[in-house]
Design a protein around this ligand. Structure first.
Ligand SMILES: C[S@@+](CC[C@H](N)C(=O)[O-])C[C@H]1O[C@@H](n2cnc3c(N)ncnc32)[C@H](O)[C@@H]1O
Length: 234
């Protein structure tokens, strides 16, 4: 079972109540990335579709998809009860509760039927080490998708300790000065990045996706240290 390396209920780099605001300041193009992820889904999914959102977090993406597509049914899964409580409020406020279900737990614990037309896993897999846990997460998603379903993956990527990632982190620090991301928070985020985030090089992302049963993989987004890939379940 691929548990989370950073428990968002206990030890997180930001309090769950501050997650949305911090994500906007810390992650380059956070909102635009979600719009691009939605565009990937919209370009491929029919008007009536069911979608699996892995690592639903505070429900930002679910609300976005649910408001834009009135006939999409969405299931969000996440181990964090605190993140899901915020997601549930957001879903209620957006009047989406008829079409959105939230489940506390892991993808591996979900039933293998029904199969979904699409899935997203945004800013989740980098919390898992590359010791079989990342692959297990991707396989658990693939097992719950129809053949030809669309999958959107977004994750921090790069080789820890490499010159390239070190240079990227210098750029990030400069970026955070521009967005006004507070120094105490950025320091904590980088500490957590060193201890509890396990980025891998893009070539390894592609390899894991293929091993899990995905094909036609294309990068659709780069925001400094974060990449987004769209793929098709074989
Ligand atoms: C950085 S947040 C991303 C939330 C949302 N997808 C977004 O784009 O803002 C990561 C979320 O993944 C959840 N998570 C951690 N490990 C997980 C796992 N193994 N499976 C599913 N979700 C996980 C955390 O509880 C947290 O809510």
């Amino acid at each position: 079972m691929s548990k989370q390396a950073i428990d968002f209920d206990k030890n997180t780099h930001v309090s769950v109540n501050e997650y949305d605001q911090s994500a906007q300041l810390a992650l380059p193009g956070y909102e635009a990335m979600h719009t691009m992820a939605f565009a990937c889904l919209k370009s491929r999914l029919p008007e009536v579709a069911n979608l699996l959102v892995v690592g639903a977090g505070t429900g930002f993406e679910i609300a976005k998809y649910g408001k834009a597509k009135s006939n999409w049914q969405i299931l969000g899964v996440d181990p964090s009860s605190k993140m899901l409580a915020i997601a549930q409020d957001r879903i209620n406020q957006s009047e989406l509760s008829q079409r959105v279900q939230l489940v506390q737990g892991y993808t591996q614990e979900l039933p293998v039927a029904p199969l979904y037309d699409g899935a997203t896993c945004i800013l989740v897999m980098h919390f898992l080490p590359d010791d079989g846990s990342k692959l297990s997460l991707l396989q658990s998603i693939a097992q719950r998708l129809k053949s030809s379903a669309i999958f959107v993956l977004v994750d921090a990527f790069g080789q820890k300790g490499s010159d390239e990632l070190d240079r990227m982190i210098s750029i990030l620090k400069a970026y955070w000065e521009e967005t006004g991301f507070p120094t105490d928070k950025s320091t904590k985020l980088l500490e957590n990045f060193n201890e509890g985030v396990f980025p891998i090089q893009e070539a390894r992302v592609l390899e894991l996706l293929q091993q899990a049963g995905f094909e036609d993989i294309m990068r659709f987004y780069t925001g400094l240290w974060v990449g987004g890939w769209v793929a098709t379940k074989s």
